[in-house]
Write a protein that binds this ligand. Structure first.
Ligand code: DGP
Length: 118
């Protein structure tokens, strides 16, 4: 069982901020911004590659609720999902990082030449 499935099953503790039947939102153990929340589906899905449009539709509403709960919906935030090896996905259970609480940087994402393919 993956680490996020264990969090869903409460076998591993987490700091939950919101949950419903389908989704769970909890604090990232290694925050990269003043607000750093992970939103996951309770049923295991490996990554964004495997998610259905219906689940994304429901998850979008849930993410909106999370941003309101955190009171960042007006100040702004970033939603990130890492996919696969090049995406630097460490945990193979679909998750969206919700980061905010301060002006976020938009700096370099890769050491590869960004103009290489254009
Ligand atoms: P990613 O690289 O997108 O797969 O990010 C995985 C994130 O999951 C990373 O920011 C740290 C977080 N994380 C890993 N293990 C745990 C855990 O056991 N508890 C919590 N709360 N977060 C975790």
């Amino acid at each position: 069982m993956c680490i996020f499935c264990k969090i869903v099953n409460k076998e591993i503790p987490s700091n939950v901020i919101l949950e419903n039947k389908e989704f769970l939102a909890f604090h990232d153990i290694n925050p990269k911004a003043p607000v750093h929340i992970l939103v996951i589906p309770k049923l295991h899905i490996d990554s964004f590659n495997e998610v259905t449009g219906q689940t994304m539709k429901n998850m979008t509403g849930f993410i909106h609720d999370v941003t309101k709960e955190l009171k960042i919906e007006k100040s702004g935030y970033r939603v990130i999902t890492n996919v696969g090896e090049d995406g630097a996905q460490e945990v193979k259970h679909l998750h969206f990082h919700i980061v905010g609480g301060a002006k976020l940087a938009w700096s370099h994402l890769s050491d590869a030449d960004p103009k290489g393919k254009f």
